[in-house]
Design a protein around this ligand. Sequence first.
Ligand code: 4AD
Ligand code: MG
Length: 465
Amino acid sequence: LVRQTVKTLLHEGQPGATVTVAGWVRTRRDSKQGFSFIELNDGSCMANLQLVVDAGVPGFESNVKRLTTGASLKATGELKASPGSKQRVELHVSSLEVLGDADSVKYPLQKKGHSFEFLREIAHLRPRTNTFGAIARVRNCVSFSIHRFFQERGFLYVHAPIITTSDCEGAGEMFQVTTLPLDKLAAGTATKSVNYGHDFFGKKASLTVSGQLEGEIYATAVGPVYTFGPTFRAENSNTPRHLAEFWMIEPEIPFYELADNMQLAEDFIKTIIRDALAQCAEDMAFFNERIDKTILETLNHILAHEFKRVTYTEAVEILLASGKEWEYPVSWGANLQAEHERYLTEQHFKQPIIVYDYPRTLKPFYMKCNADGKTVRAMDVLVPRVGEIIGGSQREEDLDVLLTRMQECDLNPEEYWWYVDLRRFGTVPHAGFGLGLERMILLLTGMQNIRDVIPFPRTPKNAEF
Ligand code: 4AD
Ligand code: MG
């Protein structure tokens, strides 16, 4: 008999069918009449399948009675309509094999709820909980939805490199790649002879902070493209919104201007939300019930309204007029901080907004300069509960302006000769943006901490496994 998933059985299983299931015990309870009830989870969905095992099943005393939370088993039996209202069908077991015990004294996951802080310490077991199983399924659904969104629109999926020599965002937040022997690094004996910054076989190289520049190469050759991969930031920020390693999706589109870019970003986010609501309804209901009681309402509200477009200058005026006491002062030319962004989207507009036309001095070299000589065609999408979820821009396609900007940003055009070439040979207007996958999952699930929406968080304090 082929194993069937709990999800399939609960939705489509026919009473009377003989089936085999396998998974992990969530709970076992023994009835006075000599039955055991086992709640079995196999991760295919949130719900458990109830197994009913009577004393006549071979090995009942020796096997079934020793099953505890976390143990694994395989069982065969007949599906029957369930008398309870909790589930449509249950499995009346005729044979059961224990695959692995879980010592109830040592197994850290018990029936009671555990704090997310505690679960972070046992990242190898937390996917076995309801919350982390649901997050894994939603993350999977979102990833697929992202590919579908772009594939349906004719975008090519381009694989950007992880090891690179360029610092796209110009923030100097790069992890250096080194071939230095670890023992020499540890002993400190490598420092005298080798320049740390130049050691990828003699060249300076780091882990990528963004696949954008490589995306631009392909977008100006094969049409619309997107990248979807891990990116790295060596910023030492211990916030619930930052990771040292996160996944980013970066579309790049030739012949696009800023307004087109904004529309694509809005359609993109709305499509992901719609897909998650439709395809992960059970998990989304769980988040609404257990994590944040307003999450479904928030998401439906987002779907029902146009994202508001606001210039940076307007945003600053709103913040100044708010009468609020800010931790970071507001003035034209200063960066919008998380507190400002969240005020704008959560309290002032109460919906997602796209802030655009930022001061040139705040943004990287590649953004297209506006005619006012002060601002660039940047856009940040801000959403309630999360803040910045997307950063993007129209790119500077004019060779001379780009060279001037690089000079302003202290960048050597020779190091970016290939990027400059794109403006020399058949330059075209183009634009793109980056969505942080984990921030998107925060928005969808109502989870508070970014460490809990990626399977293995990498932060200044955590890189164990
Ligand atoms: O705004 P960022 O830095 O933009 C870029 O990297 C551009 N090159 C994108 C582009 O135009 N192709 O990052 C884009 C998004 C942010 O809006 C945020 O959602 C996410 O990436 N992000 C992070 N997510 C988690 N942890 C971090 N440390 C993040 N830094 C950025
Ligand atoms: Mg940004």
